[in-house]
Design a protein around this ligand. Sequence first.
Ligand code: ZN
Length: 270
Amino acid sequence: MKRILFVITLIIGSLCQWAWAQEADYPANYAKAPRFKALLVYSDQAEPAHVDFARDAIEFFHRLTYGEGWIMDVDTSFEKYDYDRLREYNTLIVINTMPATGEQRAAFEKYMENGGGWIGFHAAGYNDASTGWPWFNTFLGCGPFYCNNWPPQPVLLNCDATEGCPVTHNLPAEFVAPESEWYQFNPSPRPNSDVEIMLSISPKNYPLGIKDVVTHGDFPVVWRNKNYRMVYLNYGHGDREFTDATQNLLTLNAFRYIVSLSPDGDPFKK
Ligand code: ZN
């Protein structure tokens, strides 16, 4: 009898171990090869503070490639990128420029209309009457550039996103962002039902500026247009933008979110 009980105990023990092994995934999934490619585009001919930001952004994103989890290509214009070349990239990280010619714009539009990814910083969203690209405003989800504070300064940001938003994940409800030149657009993207606003400049900051003073107005600074795989981040001026862990987390969250929505599947789950 004792022997039978012993055998039963052994069988039950083995079954438990087997069940545990089935449930307990290893706590990390290690990529065997780079998971995706992204293209960072910036202009080295822009105003010096925008080139400073570009240099720091390249360094920030380059550090995210450590371990070859993904591949980052860097270029100073859209000149070489027709639709087929853009399609090689999961996401475009656009710093302070935009497609310039009709040909470049057509390729970019086709890329975005077919599931392409875009993270645009600061001057990547700048547009005015001289830009002559109405599609871009539809894409951005708002009117053209309207005004800005000057000089660059830190601001108190409010989190507008609903709970569970991956871009504001683990961010406080409000925090002070590093000094930047902040662009206000008119009309604001807020009334656009295609847009999800994630962060705004708090009205508590008004009057905002020393030389150029913004006194009022709706001031969203991070949003996405739900019709595209895109997110716009309003900051990107000068060499202080990557000095704050909270904002760095926001940048990382935004990047990871856009990459994860690829029509080819979430590369982080592969
Ligand atoms: Zn600027």
